[in-house]
Structure formats: C-alpha cells, structure tokens
Design a protein around this ligand. Structure first.
Ligand SMILES: Nc1ncnc2c1ncn2[C@@H]1O[C@H](COP(=O)(O)OP(=O)(O)OP(=O)(O)O)[C@@H](O)[C@H]1O
Ligand SMILES: [Mg+2]
Length: 541
C-alpha cells in the first residue's frame, strides 16, 4: 500500500511537467514549426509502424445530405462480424420496422480475414471543436470507418478486398431492403433539397409468375429473359450497351399486364417507379425524374397510348382505327377521358425517346423500362422499335393453360369433370383472365370448386352467346352500311348525270344569253367572223 503511494507521489510531478510542456508547446510553438515536427514524427512512426490505414467518411465532402455509398456498404458488410465480435452495438431498423441490422458502435473494432490475411475495422467519430452551435448535428460528429492492414498487403487490399467488401455490402443491402413503389410528384413537391421527385410506399403486390396465368412456355421464356438480363452486367459492358431493357406489354384490358409488372418486380427483387407522364411538366423534368431513379428498378409507363399526344401521326391513326377497336375502346373510355383532361404536359415524343435511350438513360444501370398499352397499333413505331422496347409481349384472352393456373390458384383444383367443357368453351369464345378469375373466386363459404366452375361455364356460355349476337349485329350493320353506301353512290351518279344534262343546258342558255339577238351561227362562227374581220382588216390594210 505504501509502495503504491510512493509511485503516485513520484508520478504526480512527472505528469504535471508533461502537461506543462504540452501546453507550452501548443501555445508558444509557431504553427509552421508544429507542422514540421508533426511531419517528422509521422515519418518516424511510419518507418517503424508496419500498418496502413484507409479512412471512409460517413458523409462525402460534396454530399450534404446523403451518406456515402461506400460507408453504407461497409456498414452492411461489417454487420455480420460486428454482431459476433463487437461489445457495443447499434441497432438500425430496416424493412420498415420489420427487422433490425446490428452495427458496431463508435470506437469499436472488429477483425476480418481475406485470402488468409487479417484486417481490422475501427469505427470512430471526430467531434469538431466548434464554438458555434450547428443546426446539423452531423457537422459536429464526423463518423468514419478506419481500415487497418499490414503494409505488405497493400496491393491485395486496395485492388481486390475493397471491391469485394463494397460488392458484398451492396448485395446485403439489396437483400435486406424493403422494396418500394414510387410515383412521380407533380411539379410542386417542395423546393431545394426538400423537393422530392418521387413519392414512395412499400411495394407489396402479391403477384408472382406462379400466380400469373399464361402459357407455360411463354412464361418460362420471359423469366429466362429477365434472369439473363439481371446477370449480364459484364456482357452489356462488353457490347457497349447501357444495362437496361425495354418491355412492351400489350393486350386487351384485364389480361394481366399490370399483374405481370408486379410479378417481374417480385421475381427480380426490383423497386417499381410508376411514371405518370401526364404529371410531368416537360422534357427537362422527365430527365430529372430519370436521374432520380435507382438501379435495380422497373420504370413503368402504363397506358402509354393515352398518356400524351406524342405525335400528330398518332392522332391520325386513332381516327383510322376508331371503328376497328370500338368495343375495346368502350372499356377504356373512362381511362382515356381522365387522361384527356390532364393533357397539359409538354413532354414530347423526342423527350420520351431520349428518356428511354438517350445518354442519361445509362446512369445507374440495371433498369427495366416497361410500357403497357391496350392499342399497340396506335404507338409510334419509333417508340417501340427494338433497342427501345426490346421485348414485345402480347397478353391475350384466357386459354386453357391459363385457366388451369387460375383454377389451381383460386380453387386448388388441378383437374375436374368440368374441365373438358371449359376447354371447349374457351376455344370458342374470348374471355379475359380477369373475368375467369372473378368467376372462379368463391363468393361465400358455401361455394366450392364445383359451384365456381359451373358459374364459369355459365359465364362462358353467356359470353359466347353475346359474341354471336354481336357478330350478327355487326354483320347487319355492315350490310346496312354497304347498302347505304350503294344508295349514296347511286344517288351521286344520278346527281352527276343530272348535272351533266344541266351543264349542257347551261352552256346553251349561256350562248343564248351571250347572244341575246339569237345569233347562234354568229357565235359558232366566231373565229370565222374573226377571220373575216382579220381578213377585213388585212383588206383594209
Ligand atoms: N394473366 C393473368 N393471370 C392472373 N391473374 C390475372 C391475369 N390477368 C388478369 N388477372 C386478374 O385480373 C385483374 C386485372 O388484371 P390486370 O390489372 O393485370 O390487367 P391489365 O391487363 O393491366 O388491365 P388494363 O389494361 O385495364 O390495365 C388482376 O387483379 C388479376 O387478379
Ligand atoms: Mg393495367
């Protein structure tokens, strides 16, 4: 006990002397001189100290409000090691409160191993020595990760380990993130940094390729295509193409276009940006929206044909095809009417083409652009040519294969006595998967597979009957129209004939009028007369 007291008695003045010397050094040594001394001590330390450090700041100097992507990726990467090694942990909520990510707290250290070499990660924070109060807490606390490794591993760490950490971290973020459904705000969504181009909600659509009713081969082809795309980063780079792909989904209403987009997003684990073109002010805003999207996303423009008056050409086509698509048009009449009211946007076709494959479209990569339409024939060919819309997928009326998927989904039935009849009826009439699904869905606890299938058979028979009546009606209308046309032609011909007769009469009467004295011969022989006159003149001359 006495010995300890002795030590303290001796240590006290020594500490006091060191403190005094440090204060003198700080107060009276010129700044430049201190800089020199620091440099030499650093060199000395480096000479004997075998390790190197790399610092990763949480906020980059030019990024005011966004955390550095590298910092976030490292944080995610280290979460696995942190939860087992660090003594103090921070819990961050992800997936909108559904799960937690544990990261190491400030001034904690964890180790990692790469190709047999050990590295250290230290989480630190610098507290700024400021006299003023900042509105932004992060200005005072600057967090960073410090990576420590042996000098001999410099090449390994900088060339390969860091890339590995960032890729892994990003992959973990993608796996753990809650996917979002974004929609664009109208131009008044705030100012400056507060201005958000997109509003977001959690994407929770349950549609998958399993629940999607379509021919199995076609479905597999689409899934393969998507899978190949998502793994082709290097290939796209090699062929010099931006890493994006366009899909055009077309077909009558209720055939599963929107359901397929949701299935695509769920299959690839992508976010969805639902772009409402009519709310975009002009081409500049369209470009800003594009820049504000992230990779691993699907940008969707639904009902592209009624979104904007993209070309005069399209309007003309609309008139031509009007009759042909009359019935389908009824179904989307309301949709178009609503859009019609909103046609104040100045987005042009060329703006949209640039959006799809201009220079800006390559930013970020790994993006799908999907257009849907009920009337593919109305779209400008430039908009849907390959390279812009690479894959054209038609979604059509329900076939027997599609029905089987729906029966399995809705009723857990793989085969049934009613199937052959349904197969026959599906071959004879057009019904959308949406209508089939509605008929298959039990409406009360008393309904079973049999009642639902019977309801579908009735609906199919009704649809068939209606189609027959409609065809007859159309036939009648066509015949009437033809008759009307013929009558019109006949009337026109008759009118023409009458005109010709009148025309002749008119010329006669004109002659009579021009020659009130009734000197027809004189008129007919005008040249003669003239000649005579000329001759007269000559004779005169
Ligand atoms: N191919 C399909 N597979 C499974 N369900 C489908 C399919 N088609 C339609 N449905 C059902 O019908 C409903 C409407 O389908 P969806 O919204 O995908 O049609 P759409 O083609 O996008 O129609 P619109 O052209 O009017 O936008 C869906 O909620 C779904 O339940
Ligand atoms: Mg739709």
């Amino acid at each position: 006990m006495m010995m300890m007291q002795d030590v303290w008695t001796q240590l006290g003045p020594t500490i006091a002397t060191i403190m005094f010397a440090w204060t003198m050094y700080q107060n009276y040594f010129p700044h430049e001189l201190r800089g020199h001394i620091r440099r030499y001590t650093d060199k000395l330390v480096t000479y004997f100290y075998p390790y190197m450090h790399i610092i990763f700041h949480e906020y980059e100097t030019d990024g005011w409000f966004e955390r550095s992507k590298a910092y976030v990726a490292i944080e995610r990467y280290l979460s696995k090691n942190s939860s087992t090694q660090a003594k103090r942990l921070k819990a961050n909520v992800v997936k909108d409160g559904q799960s937690l990510v544990l990261t190491m707290d400030d001034h904690e250290e964890v180790t990692d191993e790469y190709k047999g070499e050990k590295v250290w990660w230290i989480s630190s924070q610098q507290i700024a020595n400021r006299q003023t109060i900042s509105w932004y807490p992060r200005e005072d606390e600057k967090r960073y990760f410090k990576l420590k490794f042996h000098r001999k591993n410099r090449e390994l760490i900088t060339a390969s380990y860091l890339k590995y950490v960032l890729d892994e971290g990003k992959a973990i973020s993608v796996r753990e993130r809650q996917r979002k459904l974004y929609t664009n705000n109208k131009g008044d969504g705030g100012y400056g940094y507060r201005r958000r181009m997109w509003s977001q909600v959690v994407f929770e659509h349950p549609s998958t390729f399993d629940t999607l009713a379509m021919e199995p081969n076609k479905k597999q082809e689409i899934m393969d295509d998507l899978q190949t795309f998502s793994k082709s980063k290097a290939y796209y780079a090699k062929i010099g193409k931006a890493w994006k792909r366009g899909y055009l989904l077309y077909g009558p209403p209720g055939t599963g276009k929107s359901s397929m987009i949701a299935a695509m997003a769920n299959f690839l684990q992508y976010d969805v940006y639902d772009l409402e073109l009519t709310a975009v002010k002009d081409n500049t805003e369209l470009r800003k929206l594009l820049i504000d999207t992230t990779s691993k996303s699907i940008i969707v423009i639904e009902d592209i044909d009624c979104s904007l008056d993209l070309t005069g050409q399209r309007e003309k086509k609309k008139d031509d095809k009007e009759e042909e698509v009359k019935d389908e048009k009824d179904a989307v009449k309301e949709k178009m009417k609503n859009r019609e009211e909103k046609k104040q946007s100045e987005v042009t076709l060329s703006g949209l083409l640039n959006f799809i494959d201009g220079l800006w479209s390559a930013i970020g990569g790994e993006r799908l652009i999907v257009f849907t339409t009920n009337f593919v024939e109305k779209l400008d060919p430039a908009l849907i040519r390959r390279g812009r819309m690479d894959k054209h997928i038609v979604l059509s009326y329900c076939c027997f294969d599609s029905f089987k998927v729906l029966a399995n989904n809705y009723l857990d039935v793989e085969s049934h006595d009613h199937f052959p009849e349904i197969r026959r009826l599906l071959g004879e009439t057009n019904i959308t998967p949406a209508d089939v699904a509605e008929n298959l869905m039990p409406k009360s606890s008393k309904e079973n597979a049999n009642t639902c299938l019977e309801r579908l058979i009735k609906a199919l028979e009704t649809a068939k009957e209606e189609a027959k009546l409609k065809a007859e009606e159309e036939e009648r209308e066509k015949a009437e129209k033809e008759k009307e046309e013929k009558n019109k032609e006949a009337a026109a011909e008759e009118a023409n004939n009458t005109d010709t007769v009148n025309e002749n009469g008119k010329s006669e009467s004109n002659i009579v009028k021009e020659n009130p004295e009734g000197n027809v011969a004189k008129e007919n022989g005008k040249s003669e007369n003239n000649g005579v006159k000329e001759n007269d003149d000559i004779s005169k001359g």
